[in-house]
Design a protein around this ligand. Structure first.
Ligand code: FAD
Length: 389
């Protein structure tokens, strides 16, 4: 194996960190994952794993296991907030139909963590990193005063990464003027295996089924002036969510009525990190490039990063870190720009503009349905596993 003897410490056992641990371990590295939490546990929430992310899971031998635990998305349906259908895009038209999955976060984390342990990755819990010091070896300082040294330290520690400012200085994110509520509710509307996007003035709500259709994931976004914190630690009163979507009609309101204690997240824009690597260190996933959820690509980008890091370091050793950044930065920046541009399209306030825009969408959807999906080929059709052989 290419990386026999390379000592790697990964900070963070999220989707990005665990996938990176697997990609490096598969190439022979000796990998230790350091996670701050007391258990590998996830908030009850869904994510969409698209064919580009599934390619990484397939290359790791995990795609079939993930398919067994998840719902295959058949279509994306855009609706007016009163319930009228605007556009339907059949996901079966995608090249990798069947590889667009609605996933419970806990299930993908459990799958990745189990596979990592089975293949010899060590995962240590209650290991909050307070500092990462680049060098040969690089060093992770832990909150209880201990430290870990490794040839390569991967900062996969998410939004509030301790490594990112070491390489890039600190950059203040800016509030987008949008907040997102997130909840998982029982499937009381017989939600088909589709992602529904209900679009209203200044707000939209996305829903899709999880776990064999037993539950439905809801993400409801509202534009507002006052900001709330970034992160799911904040819980809101469900009455606020219901009030914000009181004008919505159709089954989605029934789903909203089931919400008990939604998480509330302020949506911030962060620049993509300029520098993703230093001596013996690399950034990955949200630590390098937090993204708004409007293209459902954050976790998919973290999976792609993980593969690219393994391939670059596998081919060139630590000298491959520059190549890793070259392979990833432009693509990630393009995906994030596309996600940034999406929200306003859902939130049109002027009824006239909204009516015309929805009519136009509906028309293209009817006359050239392929065209609507083809515009995402560059996102979903990309195969990062071709990198590095
Ligand atoms: P994280 O998931 O944040 O994991 C970081 C890990 O590091 C955590 O386990 C944390 O406990 C640990 N950690 C943090 N700090 C330290 C420290 N100092 N020491 C040790 N451990 C530490 N993406 C999609 O692809 N599809 C979707 O449908 C989708 N929907 C989304 C909906 C919403 C509303 C939001 C906000 C995001 C969504 N995303 C989606 C984005 C996706 O959730 C993230 O991009 C993805 O989880 C990033 O993974 P990560 O491993 O980089 O970071």
């Amino acid at each position: 194996m290419e990386l026999d003897g390379l000592k790697v410490a990964v900070v963070g056992a999220g989707i990005g960190g665990l996938a990176a641990a697997l990609c490096l371990r598969t190439r022979g590295a000796d990998v230790l994952v350091l996670e701050q939490a007391e258990a590998i546990r996830e908030v009850g929430a869904g994510i969409q794993v698209s064919p580009n992310g599934m390619k990484v899971l397939r290359a790791l031998g995990l795609a079939e296991d993930l398919r067994a635990r998840t719902v295959g998305g058949r279509a994306v349906v855009l609706r007016d907030y009163r319930g009228a259908q605007v556009l339907r895009m059949e996901l079966s038209a995608l090249e990798d139909a069947g590889d667009y999955r609605f996933v419970h976060r806990a299930d993908i984390i459990e799958l990745l963590a189990g596979a990592a342990r089975d293949r010899g990755v060590k995962i240590r819990l209650l290991q909050k990193a307070t500092e990462v010091v680049p060098g040969a070896p690089a060093r992770v300082v832990l909150c209880h005063g201990d430290h870990v040294e490794a040839d390569l330290v991967v900062g996969a520690d998410g939004l509030h990464s301790v490594l990112r400012p070491v390489l890039n200085g600190s950059a203040a994110p800016f509030f987008t003027g949008q907040v997102a509520w997130r909840a998982v509710v029982p499937n009381v509307v017989d939600h088909p295996p589709e992602a529904w996007v209900h679009m209203g003035p200044g707000r939209h709500v996305v829903s899709y089924p999880l776990r064999g259709g037993e539950m439905v994931n809801l993400v409801a976004v509202e534009e507002r002036r006052g900001w709330v914190e970034e992160g799911w630690a904040q819980v809101d009163d469900a009455a606020n969510l219901r009030a914000a979507f009181a004008a919505f009609r159709g089954p989605v309101t029934r789903l909203i009525s089931e919400v008990e204690q939604p998480g509330l997240w302020g949506l911030f824009r962060h620049p993509v990190a300029q520098t993703w690597h230093g001596t013996g260190v690399a950034l990955l996933g949200d630590a390098a490039h937090p993204t708004l959820p409007f293209l459902a690509q954050g976790a998919n980008m973290a999976l792609e990063d993980a593969w690219a890091l393994g391939a670059a370091v596998g081919a060139e050793g630590l000298g491959g870190l520059a190549r890793y950044q070259d392979w990833r930065r432009d693509r990630v920046a393009r995906v994030i720009a596309a996600a940034n541009g999406n929200a306003w399209k859902y939130h049109l306030r002027n009824p006239l503009v909204r009516g015309v825009a929805h009519m136009g969408l509906g028309l293209v959807g009817r006359l050239a349905p392929e065209k609507m999906l083809r515009q995402f080929d560059w996102v979903y059709g990309y195969d990062v596993t071709r990198l590095g052989g």
